[in-house]
Design a protein around this ligand. Structure first.
Ligand SMILES: [Cu+2]
Length: 358
């Protein structure tokens, strides 16, 4: 029974989250939802009053509810406020035939990360961060990724896109050529041409796959079309979550790893400026994820592989591994929430704010 009480689903079922309306979300959630979900002690009182006087950022201060302070980004070695605009173009040179070569080094490492103040999680990371680096190339470039497995477990990098089988990061495939499973201390160089253009993924493909992905071994890869997309303020958002009590269900949800981060530190954008969001769903265990933005609509380009949008909407659903590109402009200055329209996820960390400035 104690076990069950500590699961997220048990909590929700028991009404410990008190099913707050979205309007009341900021008042209730950080105290009830996240704390309880993370395995904090059970308080029977769903009606426990929330702290009054939240302020800051978008008029809220989620971190108050975590017991004070934000997570230590420096100790984590990554900051979602930086990750959101961090695109890694690699070391660039030109091959004899004239093709652009982009090179990266990726190290897998076991690392404790702080998800909420005082709540750590034994993660597996690419280059010490979750999500891993957002690789970026132009259609037709050669991508060369030197992978060093510094973790205590075997891993791979499985890239989406076109490539030969031994470059697929698939255990058992291409082992004789050094590919397949990359054991602790081993190195392998993945190399392929960047195609097709769009927003793609990469992740470890060692079994049990759910565990290797849920632990943090994933990231996004943007391949720009040869004719670049229009100039925009570009953002990468990787939707994810963490199973902090190892019951094969997530206790917390986020965009770019840290629950409520963009509530504490809203994403600043300019009114009227084109904003392009590269949105990917790497969430393990749950079947769907979603993105909803308040007071606005966006053009949606599924997988980013076509230049014409297929939808003009304010909400998009993605299954695990799905991704797409959103383009929007904010007509009004002010604070606008974005969150999983699967509200359970929002209450457990997957929400944030755009702070639109003149
Ligand atoms: Cu792995």
């Amino acid at each position: 029974m104690a076990d069950r009480k500590l699961t997220r689903r048990g909590l929700i079922g028991a009404g410990a989250v008190a099913a707050p309306a979205l309007a009341a979300l900021h008042e209730v959630v950080p105290h009830k939802g996240l704390h309880h979900a993370l395995g904090g002690e059970q308080s029977a009182s769903a009606a426990e009053p929330s702290h009054a006087g939240h302020s800051g950022g978008a008029g809220l201060a989620m971190h108050d509810g975590f017991g004070g302070g934000s997570v230590d980004s420096e100790a984590n070695g990554f900051d979602p406020s930086e990750i959101v605009r961090d695109f890694d173009y690699g070391k660039v040179s030109t091959l004899p035939g004239g093709q652009t070569l982009r090179e990266w080094t990726v190290v897998a490492a076991d690392k404790e990360i702080e998800l909420a103040p005082g709540i750590t999680y034994p993660a597996w990371t690419y280059n010490g961060r979750i999500p891993g680096p957002t690789f970026r190339a132009t259609e037709g470039d050669r991508m060369r990724i030197r992978f060093i497995n510094g973790s205590q477990h075997p891993h791979t990098i499985h890239f989406h896109g076109f490539h030969p089988d031994f470059m697929d990061g698939m255990p058992g495939i291409g082992e004789e050529r050094g590919g397949g499973t990359i054991d602790t201390g081993e190195t392998f160089v993945y190399e392929f041409d960047a195609e097709p253009f769009g927003l793609h993924l990469y992740h470890c493909h060692v079994m049990p796959l759910a565990a290797h992905i849920a632990k943090g071994l994933y990231g996004a890869m943007i391949i720009d079309p040869k004719e670049p997309r229009p100039e925009a303020d570009e953002l990468i958002m990787v939707m994810n979550g963490f199973d902090t009590n190892f019951d094969n269900a997530n206790e917390v949800y986020a965009v770019n790893t840290i629950p409520f981060h963009y509530v504490n530190e809203p994403i600043k954008v300019k009114r009227g400026e084109l904003v392009r969001i590269y949105l990917a769903n790497l969430l393990e265990f749950d079947q769907i994820n979603s993105f909803h933005v308040h007071a606005n609509f966006f053009d949606y380009y599924p997988t980013g592989t076509r230049l014409q949008p297929t939808d003009f909407t304010d909400t998009v659903i993605q299954g695990q591994g799905q991704r797409g590109i959103l383009e929007l402009r904010f007509p009004y200055a002010g604070d606008f929430m974005f969150h999983a329209h699967k509200t359970e996820f929002a209450e457990l960390g997957w929400l944030g704010f755009f702070q639109v400035e003149e």
